[in-house]
Design a protein around this ligand. Structure first.
Ligand code: ADP
Ligand code: MG
Ligand code: ZN
Length: 484
C-alpha cells in the first residue's frame, strides 16, 4: 500500500562574507580550532554585536533571485536555549519579521538524480518558499566517548535559513530541489553552498496520509543530514517506516528523529511534548533593518538566473532544451560559449554542439575543468571557423584540438596544414570522385537502390586515393551530387 507523501525542508546555508555576522572575525573554513574568535562570538559578558551589512545584502539578493518579497522592516530576535555551542545562551535570529517572505525555487529536470530522470512525475516543479531569515551559526561540537570538544571558529558565521512550504512529494524531488537551490545560490554569488564543508545543511520534515482529502499527517523532523545522498536515503527510509506503521494503524506523533547515515536508519530524539520553548523576544541590542534602501542597492547585482539563461539560449541560439539546461547549470561553460559567439559570425547551434560534444569530452579526458581550459575562446573560435569554412571535418577538428590543447599558442590553421588536413584542389577531387564511381559500378548501383551506408565506403575510397586529406563531408556531398 502506498501513501501520499508530504515533505518540507528547512535549509541552512552559510552566506559568503569575509567576516562573521556580528563581529569582525574571519569566516574562512578550517584552520586551528578556536583561532578566529573574539568576545562577541565567544559570548563574553558585555560584548555587543555589530550587524554585518554584507550578510544582510546577500540575503536580500538571495530573496530577489528566488522571487521572495521583503517586509518593510525586518527585525532580530533572541532564541533562548542552554547548550555550549552558543555560550550567550541565546541565538540571534529572526522570528516574526524575517528578511524575505514567500518566493519559489524552480526545479529543473537535470537536477534530478540520474536514475530518476527517466520518469519525472512533475516536470517543471516549483517549490514554494515560506521565508528566508538570517541568523548566526553555532559552534561545532564533537563528541569523543566520554568527553566533548568544541570549536568556535564557525560560531557567528552568517547563516540563512530557507524554509519551504510542504510542496515536495518524494526523495528524488527533495534531491532535485536542493541541487537547484544550490546552483542558484552559487551562481548568484550568495554562497559556495558546499555540503561537504557544511555550508549547506538541511532538516527534512515528512508526513504521510492516505487520501488527498485527508489532512496532513503529523510531521517527523529528521536532523543531522549532511549530504544530498543522505537526504535522499533518509526520506526513503522514513517513508517506508511511516507507511509500515500506518498500515498497522499506528499514527505518528509529531517528533524529531536523528538520521544515522552509517546504519541507514533514523532514531527518535524527542517528541513534541519535550519540544523546547525558546521564549523568543526581540533583541534589544540590534536595530531593525529598513529593507527598501538595501533592496535598491542590491537590485543591480541581480544576475541572470539559470532558467532565464536556458530560455534565452533556446530562443536566441536555437540550442535544444537539454543543451540549454547544460549551459544553465554551468556558468563558466556558458561564459565560454558566449565569448566564442562574441568573436564573430559562428553558427550558435554548431558552436554549442562542438563545445558540448567535442571540447567538453576532450577536456574531461584530461581532467581539465572548462574554467581552467588553456584555450582562450578566440582560439576555439578560430578552430570552429575552419570547420564552418569546410576546411576541416569535425573528426579532423578534434585531432587539431588535441594538439592545440598541448600547444595553445599555435595557430589552428597551421596545425591543420601540418596534419595534411587541407581542402583538396577542387578539380582533383572532382576527377577522383569520377574515377571511384567508374571503378565501382556494382556499389554505385546499390547506393542508387537506397543503400546509403555504402556512400561512406565510397567516400573512404576517394579519401584513400587523394594525396591530401580532404574534408570527408565535402567528398560525400560531391559524390551525392554526382549520383543524383
Ligand atoms: P519548526 O521551526 O517547528 O521546525 P517551521 O515552520 O520553521 O517549524 O518549519 C516547518 C517545516 O515543516 C516547513 O518546511 C513546512 O513546510 C514543513 N511542514 C509543515 N507541516 C508539515 C507536514 N504535515 N508534513 C511535512 N512537512 C510539513
Ligand atoms: Mg524545524
Ligand atoms: Zn568574533
Amino acid at each position: 500500500m502506498s501513501y501520499l507523501v508530504t515533505i518540507g525542508l528547512e535549509v541552512h546555508c552559510q552566506v559568503k562574507t569575509r567576516t562573521k555576522m556580528f563581529c569582525a572575525c574571519e569566516t574562512s573554513f578550517g584552520g586551528e580550532p578556536n583561532t578566529r574568535t573574539c568576545p562577541v562570538c565567544l559570548g563574553l559578558p558585555g560584548a555587543l554585536p555589530v550587524l554585518n551589512r554584507h550578510a544582510i545584502e546577500k540575503t536580500l539578493l538571495a530573496g530577489l533571485l528566488l522571487d521572495c518579497g521583503s517586509p518593510e522592516i525586518s527585525q532580530w530576535d533572541r532564541k533562548n536555549y542552554f547548550y555550549p555551542d552558543m555560550p550567550k545562551n541565546y541565538q540571534t535570529t529572526q522570528m516574526d519579521s524575517p528578511l524575505c517572505l514567500g518566493g519559489e525555487v524552480p526545479v529543473y529536470d537535470f537536477n534530478y538524480p540520474t536514475d530518476a530522470r527517466k520518469n519525472i512525475p512533475r516536470p517543471g516543479l516549483k517549490v514554494r518558499l515560506n521565508r528566508i531569515h538570517l541568523e548566526e551559526d553555532v559552534a561545532k561540537s564533537t563528541h569523543l566517548g566520554t568527553s566533548s570538544v568544541i570549536d568556535y571558529n564557525r560560531a557567528g558565521t552568517p547563516l540563512m535559513e530557507i524554509v519551504t512550504e510542504p510542496d515536495i512529494e518524494s526523495s528524488a524531488e527533495a534531491f532535485a530541489f536542493l541541487r537547484s537551490l544550490q546552483m542558484i545560490l552559487q551562481q548568484g554569488g550568495i554562497s559556495d553552498a558546499d555540503m561537504e564543508k557544511g555550508q549547506l545543511r538541511c532538516d527534512v520534515n515528512i508526513s504521510i496520509r492516505r487520501r488527498p482529502e485527508d489532512p496532513y499527517g503529523n510531521r517527523i523532523e529528521l536532523k543531522n543530514l549532511n549530504s544530498i545522498s543522505a537526504v535522499r536515503r533518509s526520506i526513503d527510509y522514513e517513508i517506508a517506516r511511516q507507511s509500515d506503521e500506518l498500515a498497522m494503524g499506528i499514527d505518528q506523533i509529531q517528533s524529531t528523529r536523528r538520521w544515522d547515515d552509517d546504519r541507514g536508519e533514523s532514531q527518535l530524539l524527542r517528541t513534541k511534548e519535550d519540544a523546547h520553548d525558546y521564549r523568543y523576544f526581540p533583541c534589544p541590542d540590534l536595530l531593525p533593518v529598513h529593507t527598501a534602501p538595501l533592496l535598491e542597492k542590491v537590485r543591480p547585482l541581480l544576475t541572470e538566473r539559470p532558467h532565464e539563461r536556458a530560455a534565452r539560449y533556446e530562443q536566441d541560439f536555437g540550442v535544444t532544451t537539454y543543451d540549454a539546461s547544460v549551459f544553465a547549470a554551468d556558468l563558466p561553460l556558458a561564459h565560454y560559449f558566449e565569448a566564442i559567439l562574441g568573436t564573430g559570425a559562428l553558427n550558435p547551434k554548431k558552436t554549442s554542439n562542438f563545445l558540448l560534444n567535442t571540447l567538453l569530452g576532450t577536456l574531461n579526458e584530461r581532467s581539465i575543468a572548462i574554467a581552467d581550459s588553456p584555450l582562450p575562446a578566440a582560439k576555439t573560435a578560430a578552430l570552429l571557423g575552419l570547420v564552418e569554412a569546410g576546411t576541416l571535418a569535425l573528426s579532423q577538428a578534434k585531432e587539431v584540438l588535441s594538439i592545440l590543447l598541448d600547444a595553445p599558442d599555435r595557430d589552428p590553421a597551421a596545425i591543420a596544414k601540418e596534419l595534411g588536413f587541407e581542402p583538396a584542389d577542387a578539380g582533383e577531387l572532382d576527377a577522383l570522385c569520377d574515377q571511384v564511381i567508374a571503378a565501382n559500378p556494382d556499389k554505385v548501383a546499390e547506393i542508387k537502390a537506397g543503400n546509403e551506408k555504402l556512400l561512406n565506403w565510397l567516400t573512404g575510397q576517394v579519401m584513400k586515393a587523394s594525396t591530401s586529406k580532404p574534408n570527408p563531408k565535402q567528398v560525400t556531398d560531391l559524390l551525392k551530387g554526382k549520383l543524383g
